[in-house]
Design a protein around this ligand. Structure first.
Ligand code: SAM
Ligand code: SF4
Length: 335
């Protein structure tokens, strides 16, 4: 009955990323337009529907849940959902419950998250310069995020920093960011900017800073030891021999990571995307709403979707034009 989810390329699906809102208190330039129109509330999965669909995935073998958005911690009542997911940690059905956040609300929520069994969070932070932070996030305030990070660490949650590598923006801060993370015992992952959404005329190619170049610069100062560790996703890790610190590189554009892909993504409206780079998706909200008391149609819809998971994605920057671009915003699909 509850056979695990295996896709047509024999990849077990054990990792679900759930976007719980399209809203955010920031407007990062690479993610959102300044004047975003958000979805009407009725389009969003309710907290109860989020619980039902996430729990169905856990029943079908998902071992890791990452909650994202938009900014997950601005969704009203979100702790109710975290509480619901914590029961799967307690039962042993789930190995990890985690989130990706901009950190702005962490000071408020870190103790509760820790109490519910959240052991690690990813905090997105591209710069340590207050003025530059305000520029890249448009609406964000650096001190608030730094407080959030501190609160998370104090609550015993491990923090990993995710920084989008942006040409001409945080290039000069590479070693400052690395040293700052090392002092706080935080791992650091760099993300190549992806051709998502509509930046209102801003030039994405101009912002693209190849992680190959970033890595080469790190290697001028440190000995990089490749780690075998694989997350099943687009991240590769090295250890800096001199500091022992782990540095990750998320390179969806320059490396093919699809062969080990173990993940699918659920949007806040209940669309399941089987591949970040492809448009094909399955509507899970329809079976959720049509059968409030019965999860069997939902499970069938999930199985049918996984049976369509494609082999790989289509992003390609190689011709210096954005081909394979998908018109979705990261805040919708969940980063
Ligand atoms: N609001 C949360 C945050 O910022 O961490 C979670 C959602 S956000 C969409 C998830 C991640 O996607 C963030 O680390 C963000 O930097 C990254 N992101 C957003 N737009 C991106 C883009 N165009 N290319 C690469 N990464 C992007
Ligand atoms: Fe908000 Fe995260 Fe997108 Fe920035 S990257 S606008 S914090 S969702």
């Amino acid at each position: 009955m509850n056979a695990p989810l295996i896709d047509p390329f024999a990849r077990p699906i054990t990792y679900l990323r759930v976007s719980v809102t399209d809203r955010c208190d920031f407007r990062c330039v690479y993610c959102m337009a300044e004047n975003m129109t958000f979805l009407p509330k009725k389009e969003l999965l309710t907290l109860e529907e989020l619980d039902r669909v996430s729990s169905a995935f856990v029943r079908l073998g998902v071992r890791k849940l990452r909650i994202t958005g938009g900014e997950p911690l601005v969704r009203r009542g979100i702790m109710t959902y975290f509480e619901a997911m914590a029961r799967h940690l307690e039962s042993g059905a789930l190995d990890e419950l985690t989130l990706t956040t901009n950190g702005s609300q962490l000071a408020r929520f870190a103790p509760d998250l820790a109490a519910l069994g959240v052991r690690r969070v990813n905090v997105s932070l591209d710069t340590l310069d207050e003025e530059k932070f305000a520029r890249v996030t448009r609406w964000g305030r650096l001190p608030q995020v730094l407080e959030g990070i501190e609160a998370a660490q104090k609550a015993g949650i491990r923090v990993k920093i995710n920084a989008v590598a942006l040409k001409g923006f945080n290039e000069g801060e590479l070693f400052d960011l690395q040293a700052w993370c090392a002092r706080r015992d935080m791992d650091l992952t760099f993300i190549e900017v992806m051709p998502m959404g509509d930046l209102g005329g801003e030039d994405r190619i101009g912002q693209y800073w190849s992680l190959k170049d970033l890595r080469a610069r790190l290697a001028e100062r440190f000995t990089l030891v490749d780690l075998a560790e694989r997350s099943g996703g687009p991240a590769r890790y090295v250890k800096l021999a001199e500091t022992g610190q782990k540095i990750g590189f998320i390179t969806p554009l320059t490396h093919n990571f699809c062969e080990s892909c173990n993940r699918v993504r659920l949007t806040c409206t209940g669309e399941l995307f089987m591949c970040l780079g492809q448009e094909d998706n399955a509507d899970l909200r329809a079976p959720l709403r049509a059968h409030p008391g019965d999860d069997a149609p939902l499970e069938s819809a999930i199985r049918a979707a996984i049976a369509r998971k494609p082999k790989g994605h289509d992003f390609d920057y190689s011709r210096q034009e954005v081909s394979g671009q998908v018109p979705r915003h990261m805040s919708h699909t969940g980063g």
